[in-house]
Ligand binder design. Sequence first.
Ligand SMILES: Nc1ncnc2c1ncn2[C@@H]1O[C@H](COP(=O)(O)OP(=O)(O)OP(=O)(O)O)[C@@H](O)[C@H]1O
Ligand SMILES: O=C(O)c1ccc[n+]([C@@H]2O[C@H](COP(=O)([O-])O)[C@@H](O)[C@H]2O)c1
Length: 193
Amino acid sequence: MKKIGLFFGSFNPIHIGHLILANYILENTDMDELWFVVSPQNPFKEKKSLLNDHNRLAMVRLAIKNYPQMRASNIEFSLPTPSYTIDTLIYLKEKYPKNSFSLIMGEDNLKSLHKWKNFELLIKNYQIIVYPRTSSEERPEITWNQENIHRISAPIIELSATEIRRMIRDKKNVRPMLPPEVFEYLDGSNFYR
Ligand SMILES: Nc1ncnc2c1ncn2[C@@H]1O[C@H](COP(=O)(O)OP(=O)(O)OP(=O)(O)O)[C@@H](O)[C@H]1O
Ligand SMILES: O=C(O)c1ccc[n+]([C@@H]2O[C@H](COP(=O)([O-])O)[C@@H](O)[C@H]2O)c1
């Protein structure tokens, strides 16, 4: 049975914070592979500044091309929107019955997890790997079953896609924040401008 870590996100765009974390997980846990699942639409976010699904997926593919244990998944493109994680997990399990899937999640997401669709089912049936987000943030209080929650001490990279998009709009240089191929892709386009 292959162990797959699922990193869900809008990846609008993918940045080096995501990549450093993905690499840390592969190097420091028993995951065999890490899949970036590109979500067409987060149920909690506005669609306003969201780049087209295919462009976001293309950037993930470019970013991970030299990382053989990482994969980009477009599985949510054919599922209803907004993208509910539990529905995707059930579909993935049906499609790949031999794999075991774990969720990778930032501590920030843990705070609102009780508002996610069927969250009880989610924490009952899936291992959740939680990594820290900001050094100043208090650890969210969790009142529900913690058996499946595994905290890891990954490095904290204080970068956000929102900030990167803002910088692009303001014509500031974002080269160091993006994987080189993603920088080239965006630099040759008018995305986020
Ligand atoms: N710097 C980072 N380090 C680790 N995880 C991150 C980082 N930035 C975002 N994430 C996490 O990666 C997943 C996908 O991120 P997402 O595409 O939403 O990026 P973001 O930077 O949070 O985006 P936005 O600023 O547009 O909300 C989310 O679960 C998010 O919590
Ligand atoms: O399933 C839910 O109810 C749910 C609620 C909020 C967020 N999510 C998912 O969590 C992921 C985080 O996305 P984002 O936009 O922060 O990168 C994304 O895949 C969302 O679809 C899922």
